[in-house]
Design a protein around this ligand. Structure first.
Ligand SMILES: [Fe+2]
Ligand SMILES: [Fe+2]
Length: 170
């Protein structure tokens, strides 16, 4: 990182790198959670939801790419071993042992809400102190909010579908 670039940062850079490495670990776990969940998923609307989950997975991968670049720019070392993802991540990885579509979506929803909290905190931490990181984390936050919204809408649609079927049976 250039001298002036370091000078204008009014932030605890080591702490920032730690937080970014935690976010990076969470992105990889979210990527895999989406990806493997979409492969295994069973139940109604599967064919519509599967490609959307794969798109979310790709977006989580893109977030990881952005974060790695910023950690390197800040003079830090991105997490080097996947083993560390679990100790650094605060968001839990839930193995999709039940492939039912609603269960998979609920797992992903938990992950998104955890990610939203992570990027809100990173946005607060960098606000007015590191404009470059701040811009990056608010962009990512916007996408996590869209992900949460997408999942909530699918869960609502599934619920409506079940309610309609129940009415037909009465
Ligand atoms: Fe993400
Ligand atoms: Fe997300």
């Amino acid at each position: 990182m250039g001298k002036k670039a370091v000078d204008i940062l009014q932030i605890d850079v080591q702490r920032l790198i730690e937080l970014l490495n935690a976010a990076l670990s969470e992105e990889w776990l979210a990527y895999y959670q989406y990806w493997i969940g979409s492969r295994l998923m069973e139940g109604p609307m599967r064919s519509e939801i599967e490609p959307e989950l794969l798109l979310h997975a790709t977006q989580e991968f893109n977030h990881a790419t952005l974060i790695v670049s910023r950690i390197i720019q800040l003079g830090g070392t991105p997490v080097l071993h996947p083993r560390e993802w679990f100790s650094l991540a605060r968001c839990e990885y839930e193995a999709p042992t039940d492939p039912y579509v609603e269960v998979i979506l609920e797992q992903n929803l938990k992950g998104e809400r955890c990610a939203i909290q992570r990027y809100k905190e990173l946005a607060d931490f960098t606000n007015g102190k590191d404009h470059t990181t701040h811009q990056m984390v608010t962009t990512i936050l916007g996408e996590e909010l869209e992900h949460e919204n997408d999942i909530e809408e699918w869960l609502t649609d599934l619920q409506r579908m079940k309610d309609e079927l129940r009415k037909l049976r009465l």
